[in-house]
Write a protein that binds this ligand. Structure first.
Ligand SMILES: [Zn+2]
Length: 100
C-alpha cells in the first residue's frame, strides 16, 4: 500500500500532483498542505494546468460512473444495431422488426 507523504493516508486514484510533481492523496490534502504551510497556489501558472485539470476531471468522472456509462452505451449500441438490422434486412413497424 502506498501512503501519502503529507498525511500518511492511503493513496487513491483521486490523488493530485502539483507543479513540482509532488503528490497528494486527494484535493483536501493538497489544500490543507498549502494552507498550513502558507504556500501560495502557483499551479495555475503552469502551462499545462488546464490540460491536467481537464484530464483529471474526465478520469475521475469516468472512475465514479463507468458502470452506468457502460450500461447506457450498451443500450444505445443494442438499439442502433437493431435499427441497422431492420433497415438492412427487414421492416420496422410499431417497434417490431420484421425480417423478410
Ligand atoms: Zn494526503
Amino acid at each position: 500500500m502506498i501512503t501519502c507523504l503529507h498525511c500518511e493516508k492511503k493513496m487513491t486514484i483521486r490523488y493530485r500532483v502539483n507543479e513540482f510533481a509532488d503528490t497528494f492523496c486527494r484535493d483536501d490534502c493538497y489544500e490543507k498542505y498549502y494552507e498550513e504551510n502558507d504556500i501560495k497556489y502557483t499551479d495555475h501558472f503552469h502551462p499545462y494546468i488546464d490540460d491536467y485539470e481537464a484530464m483529471r476531471r474526465v478520469f475521475l468522472d469516468w472512475s465514479d460512473h463507468w458502470e452506468e456509462e457502460l450500461i447506457e452505451r450498451g443500450k444505445n449500441f443494442q438499439s442502433s444495431s437493431y435499427m441497422t438490422l431492420c433497415s438492412m434486412k427487414g421492416s420496422h413497424s410499431n417497434n417490431i422488426c420484421i425480417i423478410q
